[in-house]
Write a protein that binds this ligand. Structure first.
Ligand code: ADP
Ligand code: MG
Length: 533
């Protein structure tokens, strides 16, 4: 890849998608520093990852050697395990510890430092570390499972919430069985969606606020009770909700909030819960009015979205019109495409408009709200898809700002002929273009030609109508541009054909109305109130 930062995001995503740690290799000093972006992202999202970096000679620290840095100290705050290999005979032992750390309990990153002298010495291969490195899936104690089911039996308004830990563990079959058998409504977090496909009658993602606010017993599987789940606190949750937490390694805080904690692997524990519910027996008829309430709400939201999509203007394009075209183009593709989305408005709107049909087919900015992950994710996702199912399409829907962080990785996509379509949602800036009258006047004079900005551009504005498609063409990929609904329909069809049939990745520069989009997207509540000057 072209830069350690994007490669780090790729390794982090590959861990989530494949269920096993991927390794990132970097040079010493600045290479290890750039890698911290990906390592910290893996840590914050609980994804396994191994970083291997070269480093200055053992015993030389302090002399000012080439790219000298105490890398173990630099990486330690973000890693479950960080160590330097003291001598070549220790490589196997240190690697085994590092790999186990990535996957045991709560997954996360590990760091192994390989000093220069190590790289120049010869090792006798030691296979002692080839014992199973990925730990066995842990079961929850039977008594805890029985107590959790007893609690579930008291529910009037139960809810099953699936997080990315449930997706990572591959719990979809168990989740579907429990939900279908007992009519249990399921809510997915943004990357925990798809275990029950959007569109399934018991999937209540479209009634999220009501589901969270009214549920009286919530089974939370592989999701932390952090900001993304509003800390499980009122007013977003009922004050007397009782939570059954299923997690490989819950935090002390989350375990204190929960009424019952089942510590173990999500897939295994969901299977245990299913068996126990079958054994104890459960009469879900008390839930019917609740399920009815949620499905009615979800249905109304789905209808209202459909109306907005069908009434979106053809040109200038805005989010509903553009993503509506993509939604239509992807809906029947088999297997379900893997969709990456990032950028403030782009990510929020993609979450709303593009359904998640299968587990582990959606990647976004994640728990840390990291922007700039998309192209790194794209390389990992497309490489994973390419090796497991060459007909699976990968689509990255990128805000123009988010795209810019690692746009050069387009070259990597082209070089490996990955089955990839990138859409750049080009609204000439972060949240949108420069909306001051003088800037709009200058841009208008040039029509849709690149260039034309005010003499003092707003700090959130980019060059209007920049040609991202030409960057893709410059690398030998397929570059396309769309300014209206019919143009975008044609461009998406051509791009999918190019990526899947010709093995040439494609990029579509989607020219949006610079006035489309709002400041900070869905997280504007985090902004400070506007100062009164
Ligand atoms: P989301 O963002 O989807 O809400 P989080 O990243 O907050 O999800 O939480 C993921 C949780 O999943 C973490 O608490 C982690 O410990 C847990 N987890 C990771 N792997 C497993 C697994 N195999 N089984 C159960 N829980 C897991
Ligand atoms: Mg933008």
């Amino acid at each position: 890849m072209r830069n350690e930062q994007a490669a780090g995001y790729a390794a982090a995503a590959a861990g989530f998608l494949s269920g096993a740690p991927a390794a990132l290799l970097t040079v010493s000093g600045p290479g290890a520093i750039h890698a911290i972006a990906g390592v910290s992202h893996a840590a914050t999202n609980c994804w396994p990852m191994l970083l291997l970096s070269g480093s200055a000679e053992v015993g030389e620290l302090g002399k000012g050697a080439f790219q000298e840095l105490d890398q173990v100290a630099a990486l330690r705050p973000f890693c479950k395990y960080a160590a330097s290999v003291p001598s070549v005979g220790d490589v196997g032992r240190v690697l085994a510890q590092a790999l186990r750390a990535t996957a045991m309990g709560r997954p996360g990153p590990a760091y192994v430092d390989l000093p220069t002298n190590m790289l120049l010495s010869r090792a006798t291969p030691s296979f002692s570390f080839l014992h199973p490195l990925i730990p066995e899936r842990v079961r929850a104690p039977a008594a805890s499972v029985a107590a959790a089911v007893a609690l579930l039996k008291t529910a009037q308004r139960p809810l099953l919430i699936t997080g990315k830990g449930a997706a990572y563990s591959g719990a979809e079959k168990e989740v579907q069985q429990l939900s279908n058998r007992f009519g249990l409504p399921v809510l997915g977090t943004s990357m925990g969606r798809g275990l029950l496909p959007d569109g399934h009658p018991l999937c209540v993602n479209a009634a999220r606020s009501t589901a969270l606010a009214k549920s009286d017993v919530a089974i939370v599987v592989g999701a932390r009770l952090n900001w993304m789940l509003h800390f499980a606190e009122p007013p977003r949750w009922a004050p007397d909700v009782r939570i059954i937490l299923v997690d490989a390694q819950p935090s002390e805080r989350d375990a204190s909030v929960a009424a019952a904690t089942l510590m173990g692997d999500a897939r295994v524990v969901m299977g245990q819960l299913l068996q126990e519910v079958l054994a104890q027996g459960l009469n879900p008829s008390a839930w019917r009015p609740w399920v009815q309430q949620l499905t009615t709400k979800a249905h109304a939201a789905t209808q209202s979205l459909a109306r907005r999509l069908s009434s979106a203007p053809s040109s200038p394009l805005e989010y509903y019109g553009a993503l509506g075209v993509l939604r239509h183009a992807l809906q029947n593709l088999m297997p379900a495409p893997l969709v990456i989305s990032e950028g403030a408005n782009t990510m929020d709107m993609a979450r709303l408009i593009l359904p998640v049909r299968a587990p582990r087919t959606r990647l976004d900015a994640g728990t840390w709200g990291t922007m700039g992950v998309g192209l790194g994710f794209a390389v990992a996702a497309a490489a994973t898809a390419h090796s497991s199912n060459p007909q699976q399409l990968v689509v990255a829907v990128e805000g123009d700002s988010a795209f810019g962080f690692s746009g050069m990785e387009l070259e990597t996509l082209v070089r490996y002929r990955l089955p990839m379509v990138v859409l750049v949602m080009n609204n000439a800036g972060i949240y949108g273009g420069d909306r001051r009258p003088d800037a709009l006047a200058v841009a208008a004079q040039r029509g849709m030609q690149a260039g034309g900005f005010a003499s003092d551009p707003s700090p959130t504005a980019f060059v209007p109508y920049a040609r991202h498609d030409q960057v893709m063409s410059a690398f030998g990929g397929k570059g396309l541009r769309a300014t209206s609904v019919p143009e975008l329909q044609d461009a998406i069809a051509a791009a999918i054909h190019s990526a899947l049939q010709d093995k040439v990745p494609a990029l579509i520069d989607v020219i949006l109305d610079p006035m489309a989009g709002v400041e900070s997207g869905n997280v504007h509540s985090f902004n400070a109130p506007k100062a009164k000057l």
